[in-house]
Design a binder for this molecule. Structure first.
Ligand code: ATP
Ligand code: MG
Length: 242
């Protein structure tokens, strides 16, 4: 993989008031890579992904995207820069229709001009949404709402898609569909940074992984390598030896 990493997070520090949430976190995502971040509750995974989405400011450290320093970029410009987030809990406009939610995702100029093509692409990815377009987003099942949330993010035509626990609260069969969709999105060329509690499945999907604990990265490497290390499986991933 030549050229600059798509995303470079360099020694990020974040506090909530006096409480440190991220100590000194560095990670990268190469163009086309699918990278996952795993770790226990409160490890700082959402805080990290929110910083990358521009939703939260780091108090120290740098963010680079496609070689450009975006550390000081205004929050509302991250989307135009090519970074889209599917936040935990989806945050759909439940009273608006599915189509209206999707259109909101493509409100920026670069995405608006390609709205029809984007809509066609997300409906090809999630065919079940086709007949739901005129329905209120809040009337859909949890799995379908998660599809809308991902589709809405894709409507902005991101180069990097950030996903915070997309499988949370979904039935096991729906989770399989969700992971298949994430794999397809990545296969289409979109880089993905995925936060998941569903460690085994996320690690299977990912090229590389970072393990976080108490605001620090405590292990990193090829997902397959990390899954093969008994001490990592036991201490951080809550898995039995392979
Ligand atoms: N808005 C906030 N104000 C104060 N503390 C916060 C806030 N958000 C998160 N924290 C704290 O920061 C730490 C990291 O939280 P974060 O939500 O990033 O962890 P996480 O790994 O995403 O956890 P989870 O698996 O529960 O989603 C935790 O100790 C949490 O209590
Ligand atoms: Mg979280």
């Amino acid at each position: 993989m030549d050229g600059p990493p798509r995303l470079e997070v360099d020694s990020i520090k974040v506090n909530y008031g006096a409480a440190p949430a991220l100590w000194d976190v560095s990670l990268s995502v190469q163009p086309g890579e699918l990278v996952c971040v795993v770790g226990p509750n409160g490890a700082g995974k959402s805080t990290l992904i929110d910083v990358v989405a521009g939703l939260h400011r780091a108090r120290a450290g740098r963010l680079r995207f496609n070689g450009q320093d975006i550390t000081q970029l205004a929050s509302h410009r991250f989307c135009a820069a090519g970074i889209a987030i599917v936040p935990k809990g989806r945050r759909l406009f439940t009273g608006m229709t599915v189509l209206e939610n999707l259109e909101l995702g493509s409100d920026l100029p670069h995405a608006k001009s390609q709205r029809a093509a984007s809509l066609e692409q997300v409906l090809a990815l999630f065919p079940a949404l086709q007949q739901k377009l005129p329905h209120a987003a809040g009337s859909l099942s949890g799995g379908q709402q998660q599809m809308v949330a991902i589709a809405r993010a894709l409507m902005s035509r991101p180069q990097l898609l950030l996903l915070d626990e997309p499988s949370l609260g979904l039935a096991p069969t729906v989770v399989l569909d969700m992971f298949a969709a994430i794999r397809a999105i990545n296969a289409g060329g979109t880089s993905v940074l995925l936060v998941e509690q569903n460690v085994a499945m996320a690690m299977e999907l990912a090229n590389r992984a970072y393990v976080m604990e108490e605001g620090r990265i405590v292990a990193q490497g090829l997902a397959s390598e990390l899954m093969g290390r008994p001490e990592i499986r036991k201490a951080y991933l809550g898995l039995e030896p392979a």
